[in-house]
Design a binder for this molecule. Structure first.
Ligand code: PMP
Length: 358
């Protein structure tokens, strides 16, 4: 053992030493259909307009009033109810970490359906909170009896419900969500990261509750590179979470880019509409492939099962298409790949690469 290894063993938490960092697949030269990004860049004209705006910002100053402008613009865009407040995170990933940090009281725990977004469990682990995963049903529905039993037994401080879910891409039965919210002894976070592609939202029912938070992100809207997540909840709750937010967590550049995007929300809405159409086209093509099962999607991704997912993943990659192999994430996902919906041309290449790889 070197001196450095000896020091690390003393300095760094044991559980962190045995963890893996959040994995990002190398994608140079590949069609990137692995991370639910919007495949469209801003038009050259909008890029030039944004560039001029970014060029006039006072980068010598910490972010100030413009962050309040963005909070107000997002609250308006989302239709936030009266009496609620909104806080911003450096992506919703940061908000998920902050929620765990603020709720770290003795005995606190986090509960979420599995398979689900990895950050819910990771935020619990990093904060030293217990995490309880409740398996979905084989058709990826919420297992209501199992969820209610786990809630009664664990009394979780936080329940995460991704709506739609990642990586299964589906929405849940609203009546089941209502019963979970009614049974929750603590907070429920509805994570609507994929809202631009979803046929339903929880926003209209948010005002009924004082223990439900709604999270969204601009990443899937079309600004994954900008890192803006937001969380809406009753004012008193958001005021508490705001205390754990690092100072100036939203850069002036990110803030200005997000304000600019909201001023052009119609452009992004049109892109989301196109991606929803492409999603239907991919699903129809997958349904015609022998031995392939694709599930319905309310997000910009499609979960599909293949006879041999690793072989198909490798075949796609050899044809220049990068997707996500989620087979080993959870037993329910055996032989499943998650395909992000790309541009029309990218999806056509995906489909022909798939045919060649099966
Ligand atoms: N929630 C869900 C369900 C997600 O799938 C993701 C990212 N893939 C996030 C939150 C995080 O999004 P971001 O940090 O980019 O805002």
């Amino acid at each position: 053992m070197t001196a450095l290894q000896r020091d690390l063993a003393k300095l760094i938490r044991q559980d962190i030493q045995s963890m893996h960092a959040y994995a990002i697949q190398p994608s140079a030269g590949l069609i990137k259909l692995d991370a639910m990004e919007n495949p469209h860049r801003l038009s050259p004209e909008l890029q030039a307009q944004l560039g001029r705006r970014l060029g006039t910002l006072a980068l010598n100053r910490y972010p100030a009033g413009q962050v309040d402008d963005l909070r107000a613009a997002l609250a308006k865009y989302a239709g936030m109810p009266d009496g609620f407040d909104i806080m911003l995170g450096n992506g919703s990933d940061e908000l998920i970490s902050l929620v765990a940090m603020a709720c770290d009281v003795p005995g606190a725990s986090i509960l979420a359906p599995l398979p689900g977004f990895v950050m819910y469990a990771m935020s619990a682990q990093l904060q030293g909170l217990k995490f309880t995963g409740v398996d979905l049903t084989p058709d990826f529905g919420l297992d209501e009896p199992a969820m209610l039993a786990a809630i009664a037994e664990q009394r979780p401080s936080i329940i995460y419900i991704a709506y739609p879910n990642n990586p299964t891409a589906n929405l849940w039965d609203d009546a089941v969500i209502d019963r979970i919210i009614a049974a929750a002894p603590g907070l429920v976070v509805i994570d609507e990261a994929y809202q631009p592609f979803s046929s339903r939202s929880y926003i209209d029912r948010l005002a009924r509750h004082s223990h439900v938070l709604l999270m969204r992100t601009m990443s899937k809207f079309g600004l994954a590179g900008v890192r803006i997540g937001y969380m809406m909840g009753p004012k008193a709750l958001i005021a508490q979470f705001d205390k754990v937010r690092p100072p100036y967590n939203i850069s002036v550049l990110n803030c200005e880019a997000a304000l600019f995007a909201l001023e052009h929300a119609g452009v992004f809405a049109a892109q989301a509409g196109e991606l929803r159409k492409e999603r239907s086209r991919i699903q129809a093509a997958l349904a015609a492939l022998p031995g392939v099962k694709a599930w319905p999607s309310d997000a910009n991704m499609i979960l599909a099962r293949f006879p041999d997912a690793q072989r198909t993943f490798d075949g796609l990659k050899a044809h220049g298409v990068l997707v996500k192999n989620v087979s080993r994430m959870h037993p329910l996902l055996a032989n499943c790949l998650r395909l992000t919906v790309g541009t029309e041309g990218e999806n056509t290449q995906l489909l022909s690469a798939l045919k060649a790889s099966l």
